[in-house]
Design a protein around this ligand. Structure first.
Ligand SMILES: [Zn+2]
Length: 100
């Protein structure tokens, strides 16, 4: 964490509507590019880990500590069902702040 990336985000700065008199309305959207810095959300947990069975609709409880609880869930699920395929889901939270 603590890594930051400079980038630009497009912001919708307003719309202008005009008519050409023939019933055709043109909408112009004006974008301005504002520099932002993207970093890990300081108010969020570092990451949330989950495992999902790829055979049927079953998912572990989320773990915000590490992968061990979801690995144990997957092994127990295999023991109960014989299912052998899993998908790991990792959720991380970002926060963009205006830097320009
Ligand atoms: Zn399963």
């Amino acid at each position: 964490m603590g890594r930051s990336t400079e980038a630009s985000a497009a912001g919708d700065r307003g719309r202008q509507t005009s008519s050409n008199g023939a019933g055709v309305v043109t909408i112009k959207t004006v974008y301005a590019f504002v520099p932002h810095t993207l970093r890990a959300d300081p108010d969020a947990e570092s990451a949330i880990f989950e495992a999902e069975c790829t055979t049927f609709d079953a998912r572990s409880q989320p773990s915000s500590e590490d992968q061990e609880p979801i690995e144990l869930w997957a092994l127990a699920h295999t023991g109960r069902t014989g299912h052998t395929g899993y998908r790991e889901l990792v959720t991380r939270f970002w926060w963009a702040t205006r830097s320009g």
